[in-house]
Design a protein around this ligand. Structure first.
Ligand code: APR
Length: 231
């Protein structure tokens, strides 16, 4: 297991031009979680839900990774086994940065999944219905491979696994409303929190270092501290 855990959220991709969820004008200000991101919405609101994720997929097509993704990629190349990168983001900015082994805790926009047999197919930036109407394996109905509120999040197992051996936790760009980070930081010797501003869901006093600034402005200091720790 890795010694360093980097956990990111929507804030790390904000400077790539991808909307966050809870900041003003974030995605959840303009859409209802209940309608398009909650267990059951594929039954009660199938078309709108599919349309929402089709648009998100289309939206990331032209977006590019920013300095934060690129610097993390370089560090991961250098210390491959010592660093675990886990993200709540469903975008592909780390992948576009060619960063290997990123774990997506809440799913991945490029992918759709069969509701019957769970087969995953990468459809890149296509609209779901243009790419695939039914599962190529079992003919089941297709859905975005996104974890909705109230649904199991199987990748959390990996997060807990990595946290067991974690000696340095870095949290970038998450409000902490969905994945609580306070306890994680409490039990880790070294920790850095980077957000734009304080969040009601995060007790920043439990972090060793707090950087309230843009991720692209904080990343050099974060990498410096991590390199010092890993050398
Ligand atoms: N640099 C650093 N942090 C930033 C930046 C930036 N440029 N811009 C915004 N932030 C910070 C904000 O201060 C905020 O704390 O990013 C955080 C974004 O919080 P949310 O919008 O709540 O996003 P996130 O925590 O990733 O949401 C978690 O909620 O709806 C679900 O599944 C969705 O994965 C998502 C989960």
């Amino acid at each position: 297991m890795a010694k360093v855990v980097i956990l990111s959220g929507a804030g790390i991709s904000a400077e790539s031009g991808i909307s966050t969820f809870r900041d003003s004008d974030g995605l959840w200000e303009n859409h209802s979680i209940k309608d398009i991101c909650t267990d059951g919405c594929l039954i009660t609101n199938y078309d709108e839900t599919i349309d929402f994720y089709d648009k998100r997929r289309e939206d990331i097509k032209e977006k590019l990774p920013n300095k934060a993704h690129l610097e993390i990629k370089k560090l991961k190349d250098k210390y491959t086994n010592e660093i675990a990168i886990l993200t709540q983001n469903v975008d592909n900015m780390f992948e576009k940065a060619n960063c290997k082994g990123v774990l997506h805790l809440h799913g991945f926009l490029e992918e759709v999944r069969c509701m019957q047999c769970d087969t995953i197919t990468n459809i890149k930036y296509q609209k779901q219905k243009d790419a695939l109407e039914y599962c190529p394996k079992c003919n089941g109905k297709i859905r975005p491979n996104i974890v909705f509120f109230g649904e199991p999040a199987p990748m959390y197992e990996m997060l807990y696994h990595h946290l067991e051996d974690c000696e340095f936790l870095v949290v970038i760009g998450t409000s902490g409303n969905v994945i609580g980070v306070n306890r994680m930081a409490t039990f880790t010797d070294n920790s850095i929190l980077n957000n734009l501003e304080p969040s009601d869901a995060i007790n920043d006093k439990v972090f060793g270092k707090v950087l309230y600034k843009k991720a692209t402005e904080a990343i050099d200091e974060i990498i410096f501290d991590l390199e010092k720790f890993l050398k």
